[in-house]
Design a protein around this ligand. Structure first.
Ligand SMILES: Cc1ncc(COP(=O)(O)O)c(C=O)c1O
Ligand SMILES: N[C@@H](CCCC[NH3+])C(=O)O
Length: 437
């Protein structure tokens, strides 16, 4: 079932015509479906519950995929926890109503102020990625008279078989502590009175479409849990990260959460640990589209370009990862429609500002609306204001209601944010001095 589909020949998000949203909010805009978010969360939770009944699971939605407060709120209402990687994400999770006890803090560069805020919030666990980080955490927790709950993220040196830029579990990647040294690091960490060792964490990459790398990594984690227990550590939680891939292209094969849950059960299901998961893309990816309008149809020397009002600054994935996002036109193509091959591009001054090359679309004209699918994860969160293009609006649909959940950024304030120092205002060219503030 798809919540972004045609009804009466017009593309809808759940019960709302996208043309209605475009008329009210303008384009470009991200449109999210609350029903899809809920369904994905429930499918994932359900798969885990049936594959390993009796095992405690905590789903910590990975905010980096889409940290809009309304998105987090939908998931918080279902009982989701959060995986955060910055003070900003921590604040967002708490603001959306996720209790500290359901928050895990990941990332290789946590700072002392971030640790302090997380300790104040009473988070579930820190996924620590290095010895220097552990030392700072021990000092911060000690100064607050607290014990910090810690799992080390281990780097199992497993190839996730995904895009190199989002592969994180090989030894050449910056993530995690070396698997071979894990026991020694745990032994050393346990000597810090302000550190409480609670678990083991792993995350080998994102958009994994093959489950074998998960199986390899989780099996190594299980082996490590046994070894750590032999060493006297009370390991009670295993965090398996995120990474489950989703279909970007129609009919592309993708791993079903049931199969993933089977791998989880086979590898770490019998350790007597609580299992933590950090899915991002799997929850949010297909719960959002980027809606854009055609500005011009341009016939080039040998190619036809559809120039849209959305660009690489709004959705960087095609330019950054050669990702392909399927396109849907707002009007359902007539059955006899003659499709043509075009390049869908944005207005930004880079040739890489292209959403899709040789894309088959029905004839398009200026003003027509198109949507890029699977843009709910790593879409708006990765956008920038390159070319001084304000951040676009974000809209949440729920049944036949919709609301702007982030207004389009105001161009005036975007420009006014920059400051011209007094010493530049005088104008060196007009004889001003270079000294002074
Ligand atoms: C530590 C960690 N957890 C969770 C995620 C979420 O991954 P995904 O969106 O692929 O589920 C990421 C991103 O890859 C991550 O780095
Ligand atoms: N930004 C990446 C995913 C990064 C995963 C974060 N660890 C993407 O769009 O595919």
């Amino acid at each position: 079932m798809n919540y972004f589909d045609y009804r009466g020949g017009r593309l809808h998000a759940e019960g709302v015509p996208l043309a209605t949203i475009a008329a009210e909010v303008g384009t470009p805009a991200y449109v999210y479906s609350a029903a899809t978010l809920r369904r994905h969360y429930k499918v994932f939770a359900g798969a885990l519950a049936s594959a390993s009944p009796g095992v405690k699971h905590l789903i910590c939605y990975s905010l980096k995929a889409n940290s809009n407060q309304a998105v987090i709120r939908v998931l918080a209402d279902l009982g989701s926890g959060a995986d955060v990687v910055s003070l900003g994400e921590l604040r967002r999770a708490l603001a959306a109503g996720i209790p500290g006890g359901k928050i895990v803090f990941s990332g290789v560069g946590k700072t002392a102020p971030e640790m302090r805020a997380a300790l104040e919030a009473g988070i579930r666990q820190f996924n620590v990625e290095s010895e220097p980080e552990l030392e700072v955490l021990a000092a911060v927790a000690g100064s607050m008279g607290l014990r910090a709950p810690v799992a080390f993220r281990v780097n199992p040196d497993v190839d996730a078989e995904t895009h190199a830029k989002i592969s994180t579990g090989k030894k050449e990647n910056k993530f995690g502590v070396p698997f071979e040294r894990a026991r020694e690091i745990y032994r050393w960490a346990a000597t810090h009175p302000s550190i409480e060792i609670v678990g083991v964490d792993v995350h080998i990459g994102s958009q994994l479409t093959n489950l074998t790398p998960f199986e390899r990594a989780f099996a190594k984690v299980a082996e490590l849990v046994h070894a750590l227990r032999d060493d006297g550590h009370a390991i009670r939680s295993v965090d398996l990260g995120g990474g489950l891939g989703i279909p970007y292209e129609r009919n592309a094969p993708w791993p079903h959460p049931d199969a993933y849950a089977g791998v989880v059960q086979r590898t770490v299901g019998n350790l007597g640990c609580e299992l933590i998961f950090e899915p991002g893309r799997m929850i949010a990816g297909n719960a959002g589209v980027l809606m854009a309008s055609v500005i011009y149809v341009k016939q080039g020397q040998d190619r036809k370009f559809i120039i849209l009002d959305a660009a690489m600054n709004d959705l960087i994935r095609p330019a950054m990862y050669d990702a392909r996002h399927e396109v849907m036109t707002e009007r359902e193509p007539a059955p006899d429609s003659a499709f043509e091959k075009v390049d869908l591009v944005g207005p930004v001054c880079e040739s890489g500002d292209m959403f899709a090359r040789d894309c088959e679309v029905p004839p398009l004209a200026a003003g027509d609306i198109v949507c890029f699918e699977t843009a709910g994860a790593y879409g708006a969160v990765m956008s920038s204001t390159y070319n001084t293009r304000p951040l676009v609006a974000e809209v949440m649909v729920d049944g036949d209601r919709f609301a702007v959940v982030r207004p389009r950024e105001d161009l005036e304030s975007l420009i006014a944010r920059d400051q011209i120092p007094e010493w530049l205002r005088g104008g060196a060219a007009r004889g001003g001095s270079a000294k002074g503030a």
